[in-house]
Design a protein around this ligand. Structure first.
Ligand code: DAH
Length: 344
């Protein structure tokens, strides 16, 4: 029995030494000390040992068991700490490494487009006028010939701050502010870029919040020809040198006559394609000669002065210029979309 015990002890010792992982040590433990292990087996065989030898043999086996437990424990600890050291080393993060560079920020494509539009008109002698986004109903509607019951209000339903104030539905009220500031001096040539609001649902072509650029010129003898010349110059500068425009009769309460302005399709150059619905033309803005009543509301004598005005949507112009197919791209902050316009 003694030899058997010593042999087992020696075997276990060797196996423990050879074990290179904690899990292998645990296997060794199970093999000798587990419920069906070799040492446990020896203890079970005690019944076959002569009664007078049992205390001695029992003591011997128990000592061997304790010894083996101690060996296992020691080897386990050593390997576990080795493994932990290795894991710590492997998973070490070098916090002194430089992070990913954020890169310089750039203007949003709409801001860039707006600046481009502003530059074109500044180059033609216009200056920039501003007005509040919370506008009086009076300036936003009434002084532009849109009284409370006028059907034009239906297309420009908006957010009412109180009974007399709205989030402006267009930049046209800035026309009045600019005129009242300058009248009766001429020439008056301003553009008014800014945000406007409407009670519209969000889809590919509508947002409740978008951007317009208004234009206004008042002087003696301003004609429809001046309007056409300015708009054509704008279209050529913004889109392409070869762009031409056409004007179709339309209606706005604050201009007379009024026109919808189309540019030759930026994709097919007027040949006809899917983008322009095979017409060769894209509608880009509204314009007209300032209505005499509006001139008067702005402090100019309609008998002495005339003027033209126009209003354009920046989101739409930018979509046409860059082939953007959905208005929502502008506001989703998707870097993959925005980065395409980084160097413009
Ligand atoms: N304010 C108009 C709108 O938002 C656009 C517009 C049309 C402005 C004709 C003008 C103009 O100044 O003459 O629908």
């Amino acid at each position: 029995m003694r030899e058997q015990v010593e042999r087992l002890l020696e075997q276990a010792r060797q196996q423990l030494e050879q074990a290179s992982r904690a899990s292998e040590v645990r296997d060794v433990r199970t093999r000798y000390l587990g419920r069906r292990g070799e040492i446990t087996g020896l203890l079970r065989q005690m019944s076959s040992v002569a009664p007078e030898q049992r205390p001695l043999v029992g003591q011997m086996v128990n000592q061997a068991k304790e010894q083996m437990e101690a060996l296992v424990e020691r080897r386990l600890k050593a390997l576990e700490s080795e493994e932990m050291d290795k894991r710590l080393a492997d998973e070490k993060i070098d916090i002194t490494l430089p992070g990913l560079p954020a890169g310089p920020g750039t203007g949003h494509v709409l801001v860039t487009a707006m600046k481009r539009i502003e530059d074109i008109f500044l180059g033609m002698g216009f200056s920039i006028a501003e007005g509040p986004e919370i506008e009086s109903d009076d300036y936003n509607f009434i002084k532009l010939n849109i009284p409370p019951d006028h059907p034009a209000r239906d297309m420009q339903d908006t957010f009412y701050v109180d009974a007399e104030h709205v989030l402006r539905t267009h930049t046209s009220p800035v026309q009045l502010r600019a005129m009242l500031e300058r009248a009766p001096q001429v020439p008056l040539r301003v553009i008014a870029p800014g945000r406007v609001y409407r009670r519209d649902p969000v889809d590919a072509t509508h947002l409740p919040n978008f951007t317009q650029v208004e234009g206004l010129a008042v002087d003696r003898n301003i004609t429809f020809g001046d309007l056409k010349g300015v708009l054509e110059e704008f279209a050529r500068s913004f889109f392409d040198e070869l762009t031409v425009i056409r004007m179709r009769p339309s209606y706005f309460p604050f201009t007379e006559p009024s026109a919808e302005v189309d540019v030759s399709c930026t994709v097919c150059m007027g040949e006809g394609c899917r983008v322009c619905g095979h017409s060769g033309w894209l509608e880009v803005l509204g314009a007209g000669m300032v209505h005499p009543q509006v001139l008067e509301n702005g402090g100019y004598d309609p008998g002495a002065f005339t003027g033209f005005a126009f209003g354009m949507g920046v989101e739409r112009l930018t979509m046409l210029k860059y082939g953007i197919d959905d208005l929502r791209h502008y506001y989703q902050n998707d870097q993959k979309f925005l980065r395409q316009f980084r160097s413009l």
